[in-house]
Design a protein around this ligand. Sequence first.
Ligand code: SF4
Length: 768
Amino acid sequence: MSNPKDKLHAVPPPHDEEIKISEPENYAAGPPALAAVARHLGAEMTAKKCGITLFTVNQMEGYDCPGCAWPDPDDHRSPIGEYCENGVKAIVEEATEKRVTPDFFRKYSIQEMSTWTDYKIGKSGRITEPVIRKAGSDYYEPITWDDAYQHIAEHLNGLENPDQAVFYTSGKASNEAAFLYQLFVRQYGTNNLPDCSNMCHESTGVALSETIGIGKGTVKLEDFYIADLIIVMGQNPGTNHPRMLSALEITKKKGGKIMGVNPLKEAGLQRFKNPQKVKGFLRGTSLMDLYIPVAVNGDLAFLKAIMYLLLQEEDQAPGTIFDQEFIANNTSYYEEFINDLRLKDFAELVKFSGISEEKIREATQMIKENKKIIICWAMGITQHENSVNTIREIMNLLLLKGSIGKPGAGACPVRGHSNVQGDRTVGVWEKLQPELRDALEKNFDFKPPTENGFHVVDSILAMAEGKVKFYMGLGGNLLSAGPDTKFTATAFQKCELTVQISTKLNRNHLIAGATSIILPCIGRTEIIPTTAGDQIISCENSTGVVQASRGKVDPISKHLRAEPTIIAELANVVVGDKYAKPNWQPLAADYDVIRDLIEATIPGFDNFNERVRNRGGFYLPNAAREGNFETETGKALFSVNPVLNLTVKKDEYIMMTIRSHDQFNTTIYGNNDRYRGIENGRRVVFMNEADIEKAGFKSGDKVDLFSYFEKERRVARDFQIIEYDIPVNTVATYFPEANVLVPINSFAHRSYTPVYKSVIIKMAPALV
Ligand code: SF4
């Protein structure tokens, strides 16, 4: 007899509609962005709600955009609005008038919903009540909050040991929710706290902690305005951090230069038509002074080639190219680094980078001429086997130029989700650091577990092996965000109970444990009413600013609760009897009390309740930003990193997954990718003209994609070839449709980030 679980679609099924292709855009924003904003707002929100949400997002007294973690100006906010096209899409997604009610769940079986695209699932609307899918059932049904808590508590307290449970966190969770969550999980007895950082900037955290003593970036927004040169590597700000373009526009206006290093020449780095300025809106500002079409994962070789050439010039005129004073006073291991650099074969570096020698010399000249340099990066750098080394190499270049710890210069890893950085700051990490362990023990009178817990990859493997029986997600859609979708689906289905705190329905609610509970929560745009009055929450952006977020519209259902309340209430039922501290009940209603606990436990949050209410919030301490490096030597460390040459055989390609302009992580806002000229489809594979011809395909052909890893074959079917300006031997596909090809055991050394950006694949005509 077949298992009903086998019929569920873990990956979005192919759609039937015809994909339309046009020329890619060569600018970002402008009139099409305004049209898209109007279309999205008009389709799903009332005029009143549009007005309230748009004029309060990212404002001093408003709420934090549920989209990315790009910072807001410290001292002023635009009265016209502090948002971008994709911020609006994120707001509409949450503030939509569509509802997923108990009637909806009675009407649609899980089996049926799994045949829908991710777009259709997401567009069902906001979940209005807690629901449970009992073991063996194909339908969700309502459950009361109390019954849900009891059910979860009985399961958790019945496990053989706490390490049979994992507790995932998405980067949207507030500081207050995340702090309570990690405290609850550690009192329960495990450090199994995987989070979305494991899949995005974990490589950054590892590399920066080692080299400069803090796993975060070192720049402020105002540094962008005075930088001489900004290098944007492996990042597509036009889609993923659109307001960054406003900062780059100011850089240009003030005479700074911009270099883009990316395999795809994305629209957002070419020209920006600022919708807030009439002239800019019509004509736009040209952004990139130099574009480097680096090979996928050729970044390390590119950086080394530049430093090799810089060293030659420094040898001829010592002290004129490198900042020798900075190096002598502030760094360690310079000699080791330079000795290794001298041994490099320049021709080989050029070849491995995939860039012409001429372009590398141009880039070197630009770096040589400028002193205040900021290097920004995102997933194009962090999701490869050797990502930690590439980021260490970025730091080598900044250190040579003395471009850290001074205004207008530094490292800027750009974070994807609005509070992904803050969740780590307040303790969500599978590696419990000794300082936090001691503080938790002192403040809450319990012995936190000392063993490292499971990160994302380990969690999925443990679920698949049956070692983990319980999964809880504080937001997110780990099924789709994770690697190896079919394997991850099997892992989820082996769990006895899965619990997800969510605003909207996603595929992970359909591919879940034997019993599955959804706890619907209040969103970022909404007021948080509790018995102690309306509450505020807080978030930390990419530059380490913590500020308050005050939702402005009524929650869409009286049955919703906010994340900190849900966690405090659940913790009270699960571990409340076990420990005297904290008293969970007041924490469910009064978030000032949570902030007092954060202040007492996490460094940098002095006077938290007072300062979070300051206009614009406050900066967390960042020693590296001030030029102090808390490393093993007390100085910033140069490092020696091997160069990796990613090669493919004749019939193979390096596949990188990318986001369309109509998506945010796993949330699909629409089926178009305006900047790349794609309308009405997501199962596409972008491919170089020469590769298409060499393989005997034509643009428009349907193909199946195969990845091979450790003798296992994975397949993604029915993708349409799109001829595109992309390096040879390279193809690009959309995340999460192609995640099925990312092997669970293929991840970055030391950070365990899955290699979403460099999967070796083959292609064959699609089976019809
Ligand atoms: S740049 Fe990011 S934070 Fe700002 S409005 Fe856009 S999505 Fe929201």
